[in-house]
Design a protein around this ligand. Structure first.
Ligand SMILES: NC(=O)C1=CN([C@@H]2O[C@H](COP(=O)(O)OP(=O)(O)OC[C@H]3O[C@@H](n4cnc5c(N)ncnc54)[C@H](OP(=O)(O)O)[C@@H]3O)[C@@H](O)[C@H]2O)[C@@H](O)CC1
Ligand SMILES: Nc1ncnc2c1ncn2[C@@H]1O[C@H](COP(=O)(O)OP(=O)(O)O)[C@@H](O)[C@H]1O
Length: 592
């Protein structure tokens, strides 16, 4: 993934609107309803994609050999275009036709197409009975584009090394936004074969390029789901009409490669399902005439040790160190006494109290500006009683609340118990900041669903969480989703559907234990700093800072502004404990 350099970490561009397949179909229908022709749109799409393919290919040719420009060879490029039976395949046929006109050597591989029509090619081209995909196929066949049926050939499985099959560019036009379920056997086989052929081209050091038409086949555009890890592995996706949600969450991030937009039709009024964020809000510098009290007091409640089981003191340490790294003024940690020593060794700036000292903790809840509860809090009955008690105290005192991990576990079981605290929290969250930060497993429990059901439709899951429990939510994972509560909304805001945001930063190095505790700390630390504007201390800002900090540790180019800062660690081996230093660095970079 391309990571922006520090000068581009700030939010100076508009978030990218993301749409579902159904919405893109609706845009097309709006366009056709105005009298525009669908086949003309397909031709336009294919023509523009052809130009992109030519440009990308030659750009790549001139960049190989370690950035030293070298002349590409004189032979015409070879392209292998894999087409399915729908309109995505239609795009592929037309691209084949146009590339052949441009002098490229073209080979079309068809999948799932019974009969290739090669007679009477243009007799009924204007007829509405003939689908756009068939029209496209006829045009390509009439222009003598060579083609082969995947089903007939058995070629891929047996002749992967066959030089005839080797190409410089592979175009995937098997499925576009029409893919909505797990692949049937022949398509699965075709996609696996496509990836294998590309791989064998790479081994012949051909620098083969894979370009997906609209969306890599195998990836569901509305959800980002790939079934059984079978999808085209694209270098570039040429995204038609509007950016698809599935390209930026879950598996989409692994398969889409670089995404280039080909808008084709003008602005639509259809509201996107989500907005992609890559930039954080800039932070103002602190006032000189300020003191620790100006930047809030965070109370972390977590880090418990249940008798006879493992302790989770690290969760509280990571959360508190991260909150301090965002610039919170003061920190108290209510954790099991067994961890006080360890906590003070790593974070001497924190104050400590025993998690089980109910009177003392409730007194501190009064003092604090933000309560973050649940990280390593414990799941037993005693912990549940404490959770209810501390939640009620925090609500009575009107505090901002962050709930994570075991806090979410208790919330889910209190929902099953029909405990009044759930309703109270829902009501409370309409007037006060409440942030809830589950991963899919925790969300599944909160929704009484399986993890697979949550993963199948993460957008629906985060909306259901917000509907049931109220408050602002992040559904963590690759391409975390964020849905924020508007406090005391106007009637207009109440009627308007809220935006879901997708976090466009962060990396797989962050898939290690404790990263969620870090996020809770960042969220609480920002909330505490009331000198910051609402957007600057929002949940989406916290998720962005957390992701950017992960990127600073993994991608050297993320922190070029300060050559003296050496935070680079790399993806494998990144640990949650590395994050506070990177958070501090990001906080500095985004201060304007
Ligand atoms: N004129 C326009 O509107 C423009 C459209 N454009 C292009 O059209 C693309 C959308 O085309 P599309 O709607 O035909 O869908 P596409 O992805 O080609 O395949 C649908 C077929 O797949 C089938 N199918 C689904 N899942 C399956 C599975 N798991 N296993 C097996 N089969 C499965 C499904 O079957 P069904 O559900 O009907 O049974 C159906 O037959 C879009 O991405 C863009 O590239 C551009 O040219 C711009 C102008
Ligand atoms: N592949 C990834 N890409 C981007 N962010 C990730 C990835 N894997 C994990 N993260 C982020 O790291 C954090 C992990 O949180 P969580 O699963 O709660 O960890 P833990 O419970 O161990 O603290 C989340 O914010 C998540 O979005």
């Amino acid at each position: 993934m391309h990571i922006p350099p520090s000068s581009r970490l700030l939010q100076n561009t508009k978030p990218v609107a993301l749409y579902s397949s159904q919405q893109v179909y609706a845009m097309e229908q709006e366009w056709f309803a105005q009298g525009y022709d669908s086949f003309a749109l397909m031709q336009q799409a294919a023509w523009q994609m052809t130009q992109h393919i030519i440009n990308i290919y030659y750009q790549k040719q001139s960049c190989i050999a370690n950035g030293v420009a070298c002349r590409h060879d004189d032979r015409q490029p070879r392209v292998s275009i894999w087409v399915g039976s729908g309109n995505n395949g239609g795009d592929g046929w037309l691209i084949a036709h146009y590339l052949q006109q441009a002098g490229w050597q073209v080979q079309v591989i068809t999948v799932g197409i019974e009969n290739i029509e090669n007679s009477n090619a243009f007799a009924d081209m204007d007829s509405a009975v003939v689908s756009d995909a068939i029209k496209a196929q006829r045009m390509a066949v009439a222009a003598y584009c060579s083609y082969q049926r995947f089903e007939d050939s058995e070629f891929v499985l047996h002749n992967q090394e066959n030089r005839l099959m080797q190409a410089d560019v592979y175009v995937d036009a098997l499925f576009g936004i029409g893919l909505d379920r797990a692949l049937t056997s022949i398509y699965k086989q075709a996609i696996q074969s496509f990836n294998q052929v590309v791989k064998s081209s790479h081994t012949l050091s051909k620098h083969a390029l894979v370009i997906a038409v609209d969306i890599p086949s195998g990836l569901v555009a509305s959800t980002g789901q790939v079934f059984e890890q079978v999808a085209i592995q694209a270098d570039v996706t040429l995204c038609l009409i509007a950016r698809k949600f599935g390209l930026h969450t879950k598996d989409g991030m692994d398969y889409a490669g670089e995404v280039l937009d080909i808008p084709l039709i003008p602005y639509t009024k259809i509201k996107p399902v989500a907005l992609l964020l890559n930039r954080a809000h800039g932070l103002s510098v602190r006032r000189q005439n300020s003191y620790k009290g100006s930047y809030g007091h965070v109370l972390i409640i977590g880090g418990n040790r249940i008798d006879g089981s493992q302790g989770m003191g690290g969760a509280a340490i990571l959360a508190s160190a991260s909150a301090m790294a965002t610039g919170a003024g003061k920190m108290t940690v209510a954790c099991h006494q067994a961890f006080h020593g360890a906590l003070l060794t790593s974070l001497p700036d924190a104050m400590t109290i025993d998690l089980h000292d109910q009177k003392g903790v409730k007194h501190l809840i009064k003092e604090a500006s933000v309560i973050a509860i649940g990280m390593g809090f414990g799941r037993d009955e005693t912990a549940k009683v404490l959770f209810i008690d501390y939640m009620q105290a925090a609500m009575t005192e009107g505090k901002s609340i962050v709930i994570d991990a075991d806090g979410l576990y208790h919330l889910a079981s209190l929902q099953i118990d029909k405990h009044s605290v759930v309703g109270q929290l829902r009501e409370y969250s309409t007037k006060h900041k409440v942030c809830l930060t589950p991963h899919s497993g925790e969300a599944a429990r909160l929704l009484d669903k399986s993890v697979a059901e949550v993963e199948m439709d993460r957008l629906a899951a985060i909306k259901q969480c917000a509907d049931i429990y109220g408050g602002s939510w992040v559904l963590k994972g690759a391409g975390s989703l964020i849905l924020e509560q508007v406090l005391e909304p106007t009637l207009e805001q109440e009627l308007e559907e809220r935006h879901v945001y997708v976090c466009g930063v962060g990396n797989a190095g962050m898939a290690t234990a404790g990263m969620g505790d870090v996020l809770s700390g960042v969220t609480a630390g920002l909330l505490a700093q009331q000198d910051l504007a609402d957007d600057q201390r929002s949940l989406r800002q916290a998720v962005l800072i957390h992701g950017l900090a992960g990127d600073v540790l993994v991608h050297q180019q993320s922190c070029p502004s300060n050559k003296n800062v050496s935070l680079f660690i790399g993806e494998r081996g990144l640990q949650a404990q590395d994050m506070p230093a990177a958070i501090r660095h990001v906080m500095h970079l985004i201060t304007i």
